[in-house]
Every structure is written in C-alpha cells, then in structure tokens.
Design a binder for this molecule. Structure first.
Ligand SMILES: [Zn+2]
Length: 118
C-alpha cells in the first residue's frame, strides 16, 4: 500500500470512529486551567472530546500539537502518561487505547497537511 493511500485510510478510519451513527459529530470543548504540555510546552487550556466528555482528574488526553499522550492531574493541569500507565490502558481498555492511537494518527495527519500547505 502506498504512503498516500495508507494516510488516507488512517484519516478515514479516524474520522469514522469519531462520527456518530447518524453521521454527525458531537465534539465538546471544555476550558481548563492553562497548563504547558510537558513534552512540547504548548500552552494547553482547552480539551475537545469527540464523545461529549469533560476532562476530569486521571483522564487520558492527546496533545494535538506534539501528539503525546497526557493525563489530567487533580487540578486539571497535565503530565505525561507513563509507560506503565499506557501498558495498563492497553490491557484493561484496549478499545479506548485504540481510539487514543487513532486520535494521535489523526493529529499527525493534520499536522502534515498543514506543513504541506506551508
Ligand atoms: Zn505537546
């Protein structure tokens, strides 16, 4: 499979999993205290959920700037997820872990398209 086709398939799969059965999107934006991404230092202050969730302590999230997986702390500031936490997520919630990966892939695609346009 060529690179272009592989990327298109990844984007389509990511789009499909975050689309409601009736074809609509249900993105919920929640503001949270500004917290720099521990990996790329992006000043994150807003979480978007494709399934209508609001962030709470212990929730996983993906930095849409560098695509690293983060976790909300008690005060809703952010820290990087540890290898152990990611392993546990894979074992206990494989479907959710898969969605996180699709989200990472989708974020990377957006990033590439943006840099391709200049
Ligand atoms: Zn980041």
């Amino acid at each position: 499979m060529g690179e272009a086709k592989r990327r298109r398939n990844a984007a389509e799969n990511a789009g499909r999993i975050f689309t409601r059965k009736d074809g609509g999107f249900n993105w919920t934006d929640t503001a949270h205290p500004r917290s720099p991404c521990p990996f790329c230092d992006a000043p994150l202050d807003r979480a978007s959920s494709p399934e209508g969730y609001h962030p709470s302590p212990g929730n996983f999230t993906v930095c849409l700037v560098c695509t690293q997986i983060l976790i909300f702390k008690q005060d809703l500031s952010l820290r990087g997820a540890t290898v152990e936490e990611l392993k546990k997520l894979d074992e206990q919630h494989p479907r959710f872990a898969n969605k996180m990966r699709l989200m990472q892939r989708a974020a990377r695609l957006v990033d590439r398209q943006r840099s391709a346009r200049g």
